[in-house]
Each structure stands twice: as structure tokens, then as C-alpha cells.
Design a protein. Structure first.
Length: 254
């Protein structure tokens, strides 16, 4: 594997991702059947932290997977050292252009849905070389709770120069843990070493200051504000009147 490249330039290192407008025939097949791609893709990264929001099935994870694939990360999660999982032949990355200034070789891809498989891989490697666990706090990830595993990854693997792609990092985190995550995110940004791209449903994470917040929909990627997201509006209505909100929810089905 090539020697890790370091740069004195500040993030964002990945400057843009672009793709052509698909033809009518292409839109019948994955990945161009995903609605947000129907107008093509022209995504510029303007800040060290980019947060992407949208409904389930909107294409957030597909986009992050494509970026991770271009970085050379395992699509099951991890770093460039965890490439035992092959990329999908249909990976969106093969249809896109990526602009780097400069291209960095370090970082991490976190996928909440495949974390258990990643943990099994690390523990299997550590059985032959226990020193591997030093990079995760010196303790097997498999014996920790889901939330503790996430935080062990965040605290021990994040912070070095590189690009960090996080797909729903809130999946195993309580609200208190999410606040801890935001503090870690701030330290990473302040280091001027890290570019962070996050897909999330969590209004707490969406509220991170200085991030560029983008919404994925059938109209493509559009910049938005935290308080304009549907996630925030739903929770705001709930917190204002929890009993009335829940009662009204069930009335809708009558």
C-alpha cells in the first residue's frame, strides 16, 4: 500500500463530486433510478463539515458509499486497510467525477448498518495481533455496548489528517452521547486536519454550527437550514404538546 500522504493544506480536501444527467434509459436502472440523480450531480464541498439530510430511501447512503469507494475505503466500513470487502459493481462512484485538492489517503468510513461485521473483522485480526486493539482503546469492540463501540471508534480512530465519512453516526447514541459526539466533531474541525461528511436523521447533529447542511430530495441536493428540516419541525411539534401530538397521530388512522 502506498505511503500515507500528508499535506499542509486545510480541508476540505475533496472539493467536488459531479455526474452527468442520466438518459431516460439509464434512469430505469440502479444507481440512476435514485430520484436525486435525475438532474445530474454537482456537489461542491465548501466547508470542513458537510451534513446531508433527507428521507429514508432518498439516496444519502448511496452518495456516501460512492465517496467512500472513491477514497478506497471498505464499503462495509473502515479505512483503506480494511479492503477485504469488494465494492459493488453498481457502485455510483464509477459514474462520477471527484475533484481533490489534494487527494488524501487517510480517514474512516462509518456505516451504522454494517458495524457488527466491521467489529467481527477487527476482533478476528486482533486474535493474531492483539496490538490492533490499541487503536480502539485497548479493549475488544465486541464486548462493548453498541453506543460504547461507536464512541470507541470516534475517540480512537478520528482526528488524524484525513476524510471521515459517517453514515448515521447517531444510530447507537443516546442524546447525551450525541452531545459528546458534537464536541468531538468540534475538536476535529478545530484541528484543521479533517474533512467530515455526515448523513443523519438527528436534529442534534444537524444543528452543528459552521456545517454546510444539504437536503437530498427528488430535486437534487439543496442547501437548507437546521430549523427548516422536517426532522426538526416534527420534533418541535412533539415537544410543544406531546400528548396532543401523539393523540393526533392516531386520529389520522381512524
Amino acid at each position: 500500500m502506498a505511503k500515507a500522504f500528508k499535506t499542509s493544506l486545510k480541508p476540505p480536501f475533496l472539493r467536488y463530486v459531479s455526474g452527468p444527467k442520466p438518459t431516460a434509459a439509464q434512469r430505469l436502472e440502479y444507481p440512476f433510478s435514485i430520484p436525486f440523480l435525475k438532474h445530474g450531480l454537482d456537489l461542491a464541498f465548501e466547508r470542513p463539515v458537510t451534513i446531508i439530510v433527507g428521507d429514508n430511501g432518498a439516496g444519502k447512503s448511496t452518495l456516501l458509499e460512492a465517496i467512500a469507494d472513491n477514497c478506497g475505503f471498505s464499503l462495509m466500513g473502515g479505512t483503506r486497510n480494511h479492503v477485504n470487502f469488494s465494492a459493488k459493481e453498481e457502485s455510483l462512484s464509477r459514474h462520477l467525477r471527484f475533484g481533490w485538492t489534494p487527494r488524501v489517503s487517510k480517514g474512516f468510513f462509518l456505516r451504522a448498518e454494517t458495524l457488527a461485521l466491521f467489529v467481527d473483522t477487527i476482533d478476528r485480526i486482533a486474535a493474531d495481533d492483539p496490538r490492533i486493539l490499541a487503536a480502539y482503546g485497548g479493549k475488544s469492540l465486541d464486548v462493548r455496548s453498541h453506543g460504547e463501540t461507536f464512541m470507541a471508534l470516534f475517540e480512537n480512530q478520528f482526528g488524524r489528517q484525513g476524510i471521515y465519512i459517517l453514515d448515521e453516526p447517531e444510530a447507537a447514541l443516546s442524546p447525551e452521547r450525541q452531545l459528546q459526539f458534537l464536541k468531538l466533531l468540534k475538536r476535529m474541525e478545530d484541528s484543521e486536519l479533517c474533512q467530515i461528511i455526515i448523513a443523519t436523521h438527528s436534529p442534534l447533529i444537524m444543528a452543528y454550527p459552521n456545517a454546510r447542511l444539504l437536503r437530498v430530495s427528488d430535486k437534487g441536493l439543496t442547501q437548507t437550514e437546521f430549523h427548516e428540516t422536517r426532522n426538526f419541525k416534527i420534533l418541535r411539534e412533539f415537544y410543544i404538546n406531546p400528548d396532543g401530538f401523539i393523540a393526533g397521530l392516531f386520529l389520522d388512522d381512524e
